[in-house]
Write a protein that binds this ligand. Structure first.
Ligand code: 6GU
Length: 287
């Protein structure tokens, strides 16, 4: 059942066709809202909303702080579709289900994916509220075989062995830096490496130290699987992490990672993060 179910080409096509026949928006930009960052979706003009539960073959979101709907509309005049709430490994979905919406986006005509998440800061220079432009990732579950492309490859989506050294589009990262400079955000906008773990438990102190020594600047539970699937299908990707808490790195610390802090930091920085994304969308070439 793992390989030929709701994430097959045909099942994704059914979802895409249903959506395209239910809305007159023809989006070329896809946006994924991270924990506490669902406000991004509320920036869309003339929104047309579809709950995941009503979309054929779509998985359902269960986590608190995620709305669980697709929002179609325009952002700075550009047609967009926004995932308000995403799917996570820790909810128990097979990784192919987690990333199925990327394939639906591809079949709807999306060219560019902008993804956001909340993450723990491992880099000692990072502060709570910093925004990290993701320049690369470490797919830790992938080392153990949890990669969304495992299984027979459907060439209609992409090739068997896709390159990941260009996963986070250089031009989009430059655009993000330009936009951050213009908005006066340089003080809190960083660029670094995001490491994904399966969750849902947060990292131990030893795990944080290990990840940091391996070159990770931030750690979270999402985005990487979606990016792998999107890149496989040839979509350009850009991703931002909101540093919602600093990972606990020493045994004297009394700090504890918790989901409330993640959501709270989202509220703190949400508007600036939204401004960055909308300013980027305004300048995207229609390709
Ligand atoms: Cl500290 N760890 C993980 N794995 N995910 C997070 C996080 C930490 N903070 C927000 N998301």
């Amino acid at each position: 059942a793992k390989h030929a179910s709701s994430e097959s080409y045909e099942e994704c096509q059914i979802a895409a066709d249903w959506l395209l026949s239910s809305t007159d928006v023809r989006p070329t930009v896809g946006i994924v809202c991270g924990s506490g960052l669902g406000g991004l979706a509320e920036m869309l003009k003339d929104p047309q909303v579809f709950k995941y539960t009503e979309i054929p073959n779509f998985p359902r979101s269960t986590v608190h702080g995620h709305a669980g709907q697709l929002v179609f509309g325009t952002l700075k005049g550009k047609p967009c579709v926004c995932m308000q709430g995403r799917f996570h490994l820790y909810e128990g979905y097979p990784v192919q289900k987690v990333t199925m919406p990327m394939r639906v986006f591809k079949l709807m005509g999306i060219k560019t994916m902008l993804l956001t998440n909340a993450a723990g800061g491992l880099n000692h220079d990072y502060k709570v509220g910093d925004v990290m432009i993701i320049k690369d990732h470490i797919n830790m579950p992938g080392f153990a075989g949890t990669n969304p492309l495992v299984g027979p490859n459907d060439e209609r989506f992409g090739i068997r062995f896709p390159c990941m050294s260009d996963a986070y589009d250089r031009e989009l990262r430059q655009l993000a830096h330009d936009v951050a400079a213009e908005l006066g955000y340089c003080d809190f906008v960083k660029e670094g490496v995001y490491c994904v773990l399966g969750g849902p438990s947060f990292e131990t102190i030893a795990e944080c130290r290990m990840l940091h020594s391996l070159g990770a600047d931030a750690v979270g539970m999402s985005t990487v699987h979606e990016v792998i699937t999107a890149r496989h299908a040839g979509m350009r990707c850009f991703a931002l992490s909101l540093i919602s808490n600093r990972s606990v790195m020493d045994y004297d610390s009394q700090e504890k990672a918790n989901h409330e802090e993640v959501l709270e930091t989202g509220r703190l920085r949400a508007q600036q993060l939204e401004k960055m994304i909308s300013s980027m969308v305004a300048r995207l070439e229609p390709n």
